[in-house]
Design a protein around this ligand. Structure first.
Ligand SMILES: N[C@@H](CCC(=O)N[C@@H](CSC=O)C(=O)NCC(=O)O)C(=O)O
Length: 278
């Protein structure tokens, strides 16, 4: 494991770390912010942030504006990459498939299955590494993410109902089995059997009985992907039928970008911090 960048910020430390991943069989990078409270010797709650299509760890690290809130509330924030990368890793010309678009699944289809194991990476390998190397209290974890990463946050939380004290998302893909981005990715990585897709589809997981206590979701009304790829109304309906307390906020005039995410980041982190303190 190698620290490839370190910067002091808000009294804490922003690190970028590279390690050899057994899940993907490639080097992987992640960003981790250690707030000033990390120097006190105790363990701190952890917020996982899963990023969207085309992102590395760097997009949220540079544009997400999370550090002031993490320093205020004493939160560690971890931001993984969105796929394996490198010359030996298969890719696709499109921005929404292949490198930068791992969709948080373990691929079963050639040529993706060898390296595209982001489910195992974000649910097993990276949590174990973070728990071993940093002062992270794994009894106090929260998860959030954006777009494809919002899909990742929702599905990871729904399938690990006792791991996370709180779950939120920014403009998530809520039903990948019903929208073009998701149909392309799940079909490409998991094959044509749509039954296998349901374990990676938040709305389908809820329909099939998975539960979390509550959800916070923000979407922008000026998001170009709102009606074609995100369809928050599908999550709204599934949560209403399942009795999940969803707070869905339609933020007027906001688009899909990090201008939107950074505007509401501190509010999400405060909401997580309240639940992580209980
Ligand atoms: N038209 C863009 C589409 C890619 C894009 O909008 N990516 C979003 C996530 S979309 C869903 O997962 C993003 O976070 N981009 C990175 C950023 O820093 O804004 C394209 O062709 O790239």
């Amino acid at each position: 494991m190698k620290v490839v960048a370190e910067n002091r910020a808000h009294g804490g430390r922003q690190l970028v770390v590279e390690h050899q991943s057994s899940a993907t069989g490639t080097p992987m990078r992640f960003a981790i912010f250690l707030p000033p409270q990390a120097e006190g010797g105790g363990k701190l709650p952890v917020v996982w942030y899963l990023s969207g299509l085309t992102c590395t760890h760097a997009n949220v690290t540079e544009k997400g504006e999370y550090r002031a809130a993490c320093a205020e509330h004493g939160l560690i924030l971890v931001a993984p990459d969105t796929s394996p990368r490198g010359d030996g890793v298969p890719n696709d010309e499109a921005y929404d498939f292949g490198q930068g678009a791992g969709f948080y699944v373990d691929a079963t289809e050639a040529p993706w299955a060898e390296h595209f194991r982001m489910w195992t990476y974000v649910t097993e390998e990276l949590p174990a590494l973070v728990a071993a190397e940093y002062p992270a209290d794994m009894e106090r974890q929260a998860i959030t993410g954006h777009s494809m990463g919002g899909h990742g946050a929702l599905t990871v939380a729904l399938r690990h109902p006792n791991r996370f004290r709180s779950v939120s998302a920014f403009a998530p893909i809520v039903a990948p089995g019903q929208v073009p981005w998701g149909e392309k990715a799940l079909g490409g990585y998991l094959g044509g059997d749509r039954a296998a897709w349901r374990r990676h589809d938040a709305v389908a997981l809820i329909e099939d009985g998975a539960r979390v206590g509550e959800l916070l979701v923000d979407v922008g009304t000026a998001d170009d992907f709102l009606d074609t790829e995100l369809k928050p109304e599908l999550l709204e309906r599934a949560c209403a039928e399942a009795g999940i307390a969803l707070t869905l906020r339609r933020q007027p005039g906001y688009d899909h970008s990090y201008y939107f995410i950074s505007t509401f980041m501190a509010d999400h982190l405060r909401w997580h911090a309240e639940r992580l303190a209980r």
